[in-house]
Design a protein around this ligand. Sequence first.
Ligand code: C2E
Ligand code: CA
Ligand code: CA
Ligand code: CA
Length: 277
Amino acid sequence: AKHQGRNRICMFKPEMNTIVQQRLQMEQAIRQGLFSKEFLVYYQPQADLSTGRLCGLEALVRWYHKEQMISPLAFISLAEQSGLITELDFYVFNTVCSQISQWKNELQGVSVAVNFSALSFMDAQFVPRIRTILEQYQVEPDWLKIEMTESILMHDADESLLKMQELRSLGIHFSIDDFGTGYSSLAYLKRFPFGQLKIDRSFISDVYTDPDSAALVRSMISMGHNLGITVIAEGVETIEQLGFLLKAGCDEIQGYFYSLPLPAEQCFHQLQHREQA
Ligand code: C2E
Ligand code: CA
Ligand code: CA
Ligand code: CA
């Protein structure tokens, strides 16, 4: 307590000041990092379970700052709170589109998924910015997938639906990320043009030890199929989990069992040497 004055209310704690300062510093560092291109995009391969082949990639951002690789878990929420997330998301989207235009020959039949925060999606310029970047790099929209969590749809369902329909009509696909962790039912989500649902890692990690998770995963897969959309499981780490998902009829998997997220050059190498249909 610093000034124990007349009114006896003491709001100021020195450690609070430090936290505020650290956040401001980090915010400034993110801004500077965007400017100096310290953000990198890694790509995690996804496999089609019916063929065992690589069928997609998910773009995941990394921050190479002061000679350290920083996970998005450490900066995404700060970027959201400070309003920098939209710049970051579009930086990633731009990088991905530039990459796709260079990998045209090797990417045939492979989709590339990009994560967008709800805040970016809600931005009034979202659709026009996407369009501009697609045109700039002459990217085939059909190769792109936007991953978003259902929280996006809670804010303004009608507005979101319009945006999604507009992008869908261009050819872009949508995937519901972290499915199972939110509150909306698939019946509600059915109103939106999602082509894929992505079962959250938390259900996959104990599918083999927890009968409840196993039952939930089975029902998410059949719900998805009943709605005519494909189902991908994220965070698949073991052969047991893979076996379960194969038996349950899951369409695709992503996770360390199949591949870690890879830097662009390594990803390109995988694309060049993959078996094609
Ligand atoms: P997410 O969208 O659920 O992405 C999957 C996360 O799980 C990634 O973490 C990935 O590296 C990790 N992962 C993949 N396979 C496995 C596995 O087998 N086991 C385990 N334990 N983890 C696995 P990452 O790259 O640290 O990203 C964390 C989150 O940050 C992402 O979760 C996503 O929500 C967010 N994120 C990443 N890139 C972007 C971006 O460009 N924009 C936005 N808005 N968010 C992003
Ligand atoms: Ca994702
Ligand atoms: Ca996810
Ligand atoms: Ca997740």
